[in-house]
Design a protein around this ligand. Structure first.
Ligand code: CAA
Length: 258
């Protein structure tokens, strides 16, 4: 039996693939465990420069939390625990020290869109469909959708998507900043993400991870607290060997070698 989540590394970039194609890659306990292991590898592997998250097949990124599993849960405590488990795994991915791009290759609905929202960037193929259909199931989003979508696209747009459960096509999602870029095919999508991560790989590794940390810790803080976080991390960056190399290379009119 194949792993629920594949983790392959090539040229310093990890490709994480949710592999439950028959259920449109819906997230059950095993896929969440697999995603947690992937997040731990991103934290651990000091050679990585970036990561891509995609769903197996042509049809779906991830079609949500597994509805068969959800149907078995009928009381508040276990239901809350289920949401907390998904939130915890997505938060671990969001705290990756290397940039993580969600390649939305088809349906990203419910927990699938929430998974993409926890990634640092979202690229989509032209056949992508994104939405939070939970209210049509008598639910609300439970893996961070009410919070991250609101922060990303603003309260009015997020509210409309959440209370209607409507799906957006890729270009509509791009128009409101929900996805960064749209590509014609799955292959072009992967190539586009790899191209971005190849640029990142030429930059200072520590600087990239400090920038991600500054964004993550600052985004929900008030501006003064967030600026203090940025100054602290800037201090770490400027005192680093990478800054010696990067600034030294500029002054010596050569390319840096991080
Ligand atoms: N959970 C479990 N199985 C799912 C699934 C899900 N979320 N989504 C799709 N599947 C399964 C289907 O049951 C079907 O399996 P069988 O062949 O064994 O019947 C298989 O995947 C293919 O799906 P469809 O036949 O439905 O494919 P389609 O092309 O007709 O429709 C779709 C595609 C529009 C994505 C449709 O599958 C669908 O609406 N899926 C559910 C999407 C959804 O509501 N997601 C939100 C879940 S709730 C949530 O995520 C809560 C949260 O915030 C944590």
């Amino acid at each position: 039996m194949s792993e629920p989540v594949a983790f392959e590394v090539e040229g310093g970039v990890a490709t994480i693939t949710v592999q439950r194609e028959k259920a449109l890659n819906a997230l059950n306990a095993e896929t969440l465990d697999g995603l947690e292991r992937a997040a731990q590898r991103l934290q651990r592997d000091g050679e990585l420069r970036g990561a891509i998250l995609i769903g197996a097949g042509e049809k779906a990124f991830v079609a949500g939390a597994d509805l068969k599993a959800l149907s078995q849960v009928t009381s508040v405590g276990p239901a809350r625990g289920l949401a907390r488990r998904g939130q915890s795994v997505l938060r671990q991915l969001e705290q990756s020290p290397v940039p993580l791009i969600a390649c939305v290759n088809g349906y990203a609905l419910g927990g699938g869109l929430e998974l993409a929202l926890a990634c640092h960037m979202r690229y989509a193929s032209a056949n992508a469909r994104v939405g939070l259909p939970e209210v049509g199931l008598g639910l609300i989003p439970g893996y961070g959708g009410t919070q991250r979508l609101t922060r990303l696209v603003g309260r009015g747009r997020a509210t409309e998507l959440i209370v209607t459960g409507n799906q957006l096509k890729a270009d509509e999602a791009a128009a409101i900043g929900l996805v960064n870029r749209v590509f014609e095919s799955r292959d072009a999508l992967l190539a586009g993400a790899r191209e971005t991560l190849a640029v990142v790989a030429t930059r200072g590794r520590l600087a990239v991870s400090l920038a991600l940390e500054s964004i993550d810790r600052g985004v929900d803080a008030d501006l003064d607290a967030a600026l203090a976080v940025e100054a602290d991390l800037f201090g770490v960056a400027l005192a680093s060997d990478d800054a010696r190399e990067g600034i030294g290379a500029f002054l010596e009119k050569r390319a840096p070698n991080f």
